[in-house]
Design a protein around this ligand. Sequence first.
Ligand SMILES: Nc1ncnc2c1ncn2[C@@H]1O[C@H](COP(=O)(O)OP(=O)(O)OP(=O)(O)O)[C@@H](O)[C@H]1O
Length: 239
Amino acid sequence: MIRFENITAAYNQQIAVNQVSFSVNKPTIVGILGPNGAGKSTFLKAALKLIPASGNVLYQGEPLAKNQKEVAYVEQKSAIDYTFPITVSEVVALGLYPHLKPWQRMKNHLEKVNAALKAVDMQDFSNRQIGELSGGQFQRVLLARTLVQDAKLIFLDEPFVGIDTTSEQIIMELLRNLKQKGKTIFIVHHDLSKVSDYFDEILLLKQKKIAYGPVKEVFTSQYLKEAYGDYLFIGGDLT
Ligand SMILES: Nc1ncnc2c1ncn2[C@@H]1O[C@H](COP(=O)(O)OP(=O)(O)OP(=O)(O)O)[C@@H](O)[C@H]1O
């Protein structure tokens, strides 16, 4: 379904992601894990060609670039300008623009935006400025933008940083529903305690691929030691 081939990226000639290849063959929730600076965010940006990179991404056998409509990407929160004067419903509507034709009626568009806001339990905030939201509320709005886009492939960079447990549960439940509907979701994540709960498969990264596969096969002390070194302690069984 989707194949990443030799994804490589560098900053100032310093390699950040080195020849990463793997395939996902069915709707899956994929966790991208690794220590600070491992190249997790860079891998997403390189795969989506948001930064100069080499390698290929094939979706259904075709270059992903030919299927831009099927890609939704939510960047790390720190990369977003909260002071930009835009309302919640306007942010969500941005997800529709790749699909919206000029003659399509506004009403339809508003219905979709409202339905997506309802799905993330943010319907009461539609006219708020984004600068007036909490971190978790804002993350839910970004997810609503992804929902209206109706993309097959969803890439989320650290969606749970700084958000409360309720928001995290709402988002995870939504992502599981999206998987049931045939979507594949990639999540850069750093909290190792939730791995078995959240993900079907994981990519363990430390510049190069340490391992990719089902959680049971990859979330092992041997691979974790390779990625994180000797000092990692999670406690109890890993899976
Ligand atoms: N814009 C940039 N310019 C130069 N170097 C960068 C840039 N962005 C990232 N790097 C470097 O590339 C490497 C990978 O960074 P990246 O942000 O992809 O890691 P990460 O695994 O997402 O880290 P974290 O868990 O800390 O968010 C790091 O050494 C980082 O310092």
